[in-house]
Design a protein around this ligand. Structure first.
Ligand SMILES: [Cu+2]
Length: 111
């Protein structure tokens, strides 16, 4: 019975993380005319709010992104390699690069 409870807790925890910019209302008016196709990569800077080492997810309060049309907001990103989170901590200022893969934004570089 213990393992069943654990699985339910894990499911509930993962459900609250939103990875998609689209879900978070990331589209802004004028985005369509700026670029004919959505760029696949972008850059940004922000402040780390939370880090989940187990899931490889970092929550960043970021400014407007370069490359990908996105306003300033706080959101959770998956990192390509969990080891990228090893030297980061909450409230740290970071520069990061993201790539759009399989409908999600993935951090490819962060420091
Ligand atoms: Cu965002």
């Amino acid at each position: 019975m213990k393992s069943v409870l654990l699985i339910m807790l894990l499911a509930a925890a993962s459900a609250e993380i939103a990875f998609s910019h689209a879900d978070a209302g990331m589209k802004s008016p004028g985005a369509d005319q700026a670029l004919p196709t959505s760029p696949k990569t972008g850059k940004g800077a922000g402040v780390i709010q939370r880090i989940n080492l187990e899931k490889g997810v970092v929550t960043i309060k970021h400014g407007p992104l370069q490359g990908i049309v996105a306003p300033a907001m706080t959101m959770s990103f998956r990192v390509r390699d969990k080891a990228m989170l090893a030297n980061l901590q909450p409230l740290q200022k970071v520069d990061f690069e993201i790539s759009h893969e399989d409908g999600n934004y993935v951090i490819t570089k962060i420091k």
